[in-house]
Ligand binder design. Structure first.
Ligand SMILES: Cc1cc2nc3c(=O)[nH]c(=O)nc-3n(C[C@H](O)[C@H](O)[C@H](O)COP(=O)(O)OP(=O)(O)OC[C@H]3O[C@@H](n4cnc5c(N)ncnc54)[C@H](O)[C@@H]3O)c2cc1C
Length: 332
């Protein structure tokens, strides 16, 4: 405070001749208080000015692009919470679930594109929930490609009465959240991966195939030939049938689907019973074994075991316990 007093006297704010009079002392005190407030205000403004750029740097919106959608999954290794925004029954035991991808901090609707999962084609996500005190995790392949339903992704999940996550999902109501992590899996699709794919799917095993077929057909430079053998128990169990038929119609012969039913109705023109060695042979794309072609399989374990036997009989190598991208027979 003495320094401030000296400053006040030196600056001439109080006349020196009044300094030792009561009037001078009063002026001095008022002037000292005013200067002290001024110094404090200046110090506060200087500190605020210094901290302002730091605040801007910390705002993630500066890293958000206005042309490219923010990819949600690969940026964080931890679990994300995704809100269920729609749920539709597709058959007596299968629902289509639509989840909202959370917008990152600083995202402005209409300025920044809606976020995407950022899942490479052919990969899947993990969904986790605490059930009876235990953390349970299962894999699911979204049926939507990034940006197909802006800011959202779809899962098609068959509910098992005794199941854990599939049952948990079936009991979810719109507005509730699930924990999601990814990307997961060894398969990453690109147009040069193979000349052709023979795809064998059972039930919800269709989801990775559907993702790959859609991505491949959307790419005008992609020449990959795709043949899908899709097995189900009953006709109304066939998932994504309209979508698959539409893709076939628009594929210029690049994609063909052959449906097989355990219980075929009268007049059914597709396959009947279980998938056989002969069905695989007759639907194999030109080139077959030994060419730059791959077999992709996804379905219930008993069906997959039967398929491994058929493929062995046709001269294909045995799939590895955990498939790798280079394998000729890839089991999802
Ligand atoms: C890469 C990958 C992608 C997948 N994508 C999808 C997908 O998009 N959609 C989808 O619905 N599923 C998909 N699955 C299967 C999914 O991960 C679960 O295995 C399935 O939902 C069952 O899990 P759950 O926790 O409900 O049952 P679990 O806890 O695993 O099983 C408990 C009980 O449920 C019943 N059950 C479970 N699975 C079957 C079955 N296949 N056949 C008969 N009974 C069964 C049995 O009674 C079993 O004892 C995928 C799996 C993998 C590996």
């Amino acid at each position: 405070m003495d320094t401030v007093k000296q400053l006040v006297v030196k600056s001439g704010l109080v006349d020196v001749k009044y300094l030792n009079t009561p009037e001078g002392e009063m002026y001095l005190q008022i002037a000292v208080a005013s200067v002290a407030v001024g110094i404090a205000l200046a110090l506060y403004l200087a500190t605020a000015a210094k901290s302002e750029p730091k605040k801007i740097l910390e705002t993630p919106e500066l890293t958000l692009s206005t042309t490219e959608a923010h990819a949600m999954l690969p940026t964080i290794t931890d679990w994300h919470r995704m809100k269920l925004v729609d749920k539709t029954a597709l058959s007596h035991n299968t629902n289509l679930y639509v989840f909202e991808i959370p917008r990152p901090t600083g995202h402005v609707k209409g300025i920044h594109p809606e976020p995407v999962l950022g899942l490479p084609i052919g990969q899947h996500i993990s969904v986790s929930a605490e059930i009876d005190g235990k953390n349970i995790v299962r894999s699911y392949t979204p049926t939507t490609l990034d940006g197909e339903d802006p800011g959202r992704f779809h899962l098609l999940v068959k509910a098992y009465e005794q199941g854990n996550i599939s049952r948990y999902l079936s009991l979810l109501t719109v507005g509730q959240e699930v924990k999601v992590k990814g990307p997961k899996g060894k398969f990453v699709y690109n147009r040069d991966l193979a000349d052709h794919f023979l795809m064998i799917a059972g039930g919800t095993g269709i989801t990775p195939m559907y993702q790959i077929i859609k991505a491949s057909l959307a790419d005008e430079e992609d020449k990959t030939q795709m043949r899908l053998i899709y097995a189900n128990v009953n006709e109304d169990d066939i998932l994504l049938r309209k979508e698959l038929d539409d893709l076939q119609a628009r594929s210029n012969g690049r994609f063909q689907v052959y449906y097989v039913l355990n219980n075929a109705p009268a007049g059914w023109t597709g396959g009947q019973g279980f998938i056989t060695h002969e069905m695989i042979k007759s639907h194999m794309p030109a080139g077959g074994v030994g060419s730059k072609g791959k077999v992709l399989m996804c379905g219930p374990p008993p069906m997959m075991n039967a398929m491994k036997g058929h493929l062995d009989g046709l001269g294909y190598p045995k799939p590895n316990t955990i498939s790798k991208l280079d394998d000729q027979v890839f089991l999802f």
